[in-house]
Write a protein that binds this ligand. Sequence first.
Ligand code: ADP
Ligand code: F6P
Length: 447
Amino acid sequence: MARLVVVSNRLPLGDNPSGGLVVALEDALRASGGLWVGFSGEPVETPGDALEFHPGARFERASFDLSATDFDAYYLGYSNSVLWPLCHGRADLMRIQPEHLDGYRRVNARIAELLVPHLQPDDRIWVQDYQLFPLASELRRRGVTAPIGHFLHIPFPGPADCAALPNPAELFDWLSQYDLLGFQARRDLSNLTESARQLSRIEPLEGDRIRLCGRDLRAGVFPIGIDTAAFIDEARSAPDEDRMRSLTGAQMMIGVDRLDYSKGIPQRFRAFQLLLEQNPDLHEKISFLQIAPPTRESVEAYRDIREETEHLAGRINGQFATVNWTPIRFIHRPIPRNVLAGLYRQARIGLVTPLADGMNLVAKEYVAAQDVSDPGVLILSRFAGAAETMTEALIINPHDPTELAEAMARAMQMTANERRRRHAVLLRDVSEHDVGWWSAEYLATLG
Ligand code: ADP
Ligand code: F6P
């Protein structure tokens, strides 16, 4: 069988990965074996001129180095100060600088240069996410004819957002060099079609086939999942359950997100404040645990969101806390996955309220972690890709504090019967469409 070569920006070389992409690919590669290529993690003064290999039991990893200049331009700059805000509906946060686009192109060319000598004739190459859009064109330029697929983990921008790019047509030129474009949700595929159509870059062909910039390829929706069975086991055997329970006292509501402005954390804090203002009977009955590890802190917008979040949590606690009760606990660091699984299981409410999100795996992890005889309630933003299939969650508009506060109150009062009925439907979906299903469907289509 053809070897699978996965390329992503992030390559977990240590334990405790956070971020949906890494968690999903780790699961997929453990199942199929192959090679996973990615960035070594920290910029270095003198980047090596070859991939460094790290053998593993189930699959091999190979890392590349980046200089500080390349890292700033490619990762902090074009990837996370242009493409990320653009794809998450925040063109106002874009910081467009020509040297960042140059660095983005340069790093993608270098990754292709480092990878080509290690490719085997019957490899299938699977490129991940927005940091690597130009990789296929760089590989093709170096004579690679193997099937190359791309999967986008974040939303694809619609025409109005694409128009904010310095050179929108280039995005479609890059994408046209893949054989399969995979998206999280139907909305992303229709954004691709609509945005490319406005630039006259696309002709629809039959079924999932499209002609993009004159080249024929396929495009489809492959909603990513989690390793559901493993996560269920993790939650059932979570450590220190009694100790954690005695710490919480009240019913727990949990949020788990990288501290990113797309995740809607200040909006959910404000809704929680409204809930407490309108429902004094809930004081000391509900406590909100927000776990939000730092991410991309050298980018200004991320420093701003941290300040805003800490300020809000402090204000709400100052307003409502009692000697026995802290309404919001805010943990700003990564947590081991098994502890996380146990916390989800104890939480009466899972709060997933992004303003824009490719999929959101936390929603799926929360469902998998529940005790089926007494499950909690998932509150889910309609702007998460997950909302296309997880329709038995309480689906809310995260911009509307009243609607969100009402959903919290409703979740607190929901009968065990209704919770079990909703949870059973959600769990079926999360179990049937797990990460194994996702990678198998994608790779079968790539061929
Ligand atoms: P994104 O890819 O934007 O980070 P997802 O919700 O799809 O968002 O994936 C986030 C992943 O990171 C989940 O698997 C989640 O469990 C993990 N994660 C988030 N916060 C933490 C944390 N504090 N500690 C450990 N893992 C975390
Ligand atoms: O899932 C989207 C994504 O941007 C991935 O590409 C990335 O690995 C993850 O979120 C975490 O972001 P970062 O790798 O920039 O810390």
